[in-house]
Design a protein around this ligand. Structure first.
Ligand SMILES: C[S@@+](CC[C@H](N)C(=O)[O-])C[C@H]1O[C@@H](n2cnc3c(N)ncnc32)[C@H](O)[C@@H]1O
Length: 429
């Protein structure tokens, strides 16, 4: 029998490629943003698309599924937005609540509630939730407006019919050329799944890669291995687009930024660049850093020099210039900004900002530019699968491609999880 799936918070359906690879057909998608849903529709032409707010669409999704299908779906995958998952500890929020203060809560975190309503009604055999590790500490208000940890809420609503547990993984440990820590929660009500979980305590595949080779694991896939053979680019007009490789292109940077990056070694931030005056070349100028203030909040140092401490020449460090006085001062920022990645390690976490040099760890290991869109497709493993970035036969904008890559779940990770749960479902216990 054909395995079918429901995808919630589908975006443009990139994570769903991992389902398709395993012959699991996504028959329903749900996404708030229209152009993402259009991309999804183009890539999954047989799926029913619910474009809008899941709170308003949940009953339609349930009714549509029940009217069209007589058996429960094999899988439901829900990848709600992670931007609201708080790093604040549970303790502070609960304390505030007990003191009668209304704790600040991001309403996006409550999007799990309609997802769970759909699960309870349609009873998929397997459920995959994907989010950031902070989900473990996130508090939401339940239907009675009481604060509850989001994982406890999921368990309260779905257990004991379902079984499973949240697990923090780094996708680099699965051969994906990127460090990306995520909380994966696989739940099941499948008979074999329950036996497997009771036996092993886990429903996700074992990791295959680690920092160093060993008998059991291969070494992490490095940036050198993943993108080292691609033609060079530079964030300068005329040099920023490769004519032969589709999407191997980067945004242009102004001369000032190129000057900082041209002088930044691999693995370093431009904030630590040293003197380039050929007569001086002093290499011990104070490095940039940050420290915690009395409230425990991280603050970048304000005493980092912009001019060489030995010869007084301007250092190629990020600065801003007052338009009237022309006085330059070091740009405010952390050492993760304007920072190059390393060739011998996986990429840093790809985000929607992966094409902004000022964002965390976003600069190419040796060229003066950020990663190209094409490199983003490789690092997020999208390039391994068939995916079309067109709507009405036209390629969508670079910003839509960048956003959907950065927001997506690496399809290889979903592919591996699906292979694992199919194997559990089909093996003899
Ligand atoms: C983390 S992304 C999903 C990524 C997707 N699984 C993929 O691999 O491409 C979360 C998505 O949830 C969508 N979203 C946010 N609020 C929503 C809502 N109220 N109803 C439906 N979708 C929503 C966002 O627009 C975003 O595209």
């Amino acid at each position: 029998m054909k395995k079918i799936a429901i995808s919630l918070f589908s975006s443009s359906g990139i994570g769903d490629l991992g389902l398709k690879e395993n012959d699991i057909e996504t028959v329903i998608g749900c996404e708030l943003i229209q152009e993402r849903m259009q991309l999804f529709a183009n890539n999954y032409p047989n799926a029913k698309c619910f474009n809008g707010d899941i709170w308003e669409l949940k009953n339609n999704i349930i009714e549509f599924y029940k009217s069209k299908y007589k058996t429960a779906p094999f899988l439901l995958i829900a990848t709600p937005p992670c931007q609201g998952m708080s790093s604040n500890g549970m303790g502070k929020m609960l304390n505030d609540f007990r003191k009668g203060l209304r704790p600040k809560m991001d309403k996006r975190n409550r999007l799990i509630i309609p997802a769970i309503e759909i699960i309870k009604e349609l009873e998929p055999e397997w459920v995959i939730f994907e989010n950031v590790p902070n989900m473990l500490n996130t508090i939401i208000l339940n239907d009675n407006n009481e604060p509850i940890n989001i994982i406890d809420y999921i368990k309260q609503q779905l257990f004991p019919k379902y079984i499973g547990t949240p697990e923090v993984i780094d996708v680099a440990d699965y051969g994906i050329p990127q460090h990306r820590k995520r909380l994966i929660t696989v739940l099941t009500r499948n008979h074999n799944g329950i036996l497997e979980f009771n036996k092993t305590g886990s429903l996700i595949p074992k990791s295959t890669h680690a920092e160093n080779d060993s008998e059991l694991k291969k070494h992490w896939v490095t940036l050198k291995e993943a993108i080292g053979d691609l033609p060079p680019l530079r964030a300068e007009s005329g040099k920023n687009i490769d004519k032969k490789i589709f999407l191997h292109k980067v945004p242009i940077l102004d001369k000032k930024k190129l000057f900082w990056l041209d002088n930044t070694p691999e693995g370093e931030t431009a904030f630590n660049n040293q003197c380039i005056n050929p007569k001086c070349l002093f290499s011990k100028n104070k490095r940039h850093g940050s420290s915690q203030n009395s409230k425990g909040i991280n603050k970048y140092n304000s005493c980092t020099p912009l001019y060489c401490e030995k010869c007084g020449a301007l250092l190629p460090r990020p600065y801003v210039e007052d338009s009237k006085s022309k006085v330059k001062r070091l740009m405010k920022g952390y050492t993760s900004a304007y920072k190059r990645m390393s060739w011998n390690a996986p990429a840093s976490t790809l985000t929607q900002n992966f094409q902004f040099a000022c964002s965390d760890n976003k600069v190419h290991p040796s060229q003066s530019r950020v990663l190209s869109l094409y490199e983003g497709l490789i690092i997020q493993t999208i390039a391994n699968y068939n995916y079309s970035f067109t709507i009405d036969n036209k390629i969508v904008s670079d910003s839509l491609i960048r956003e959907t890559i950065g927001e997506s779940v690496p399809p290889k990770m979903i592919d591996l999880i699906c292979k694992h749960i199919i194997q559990i479902s089909e093996q003899e216990y």
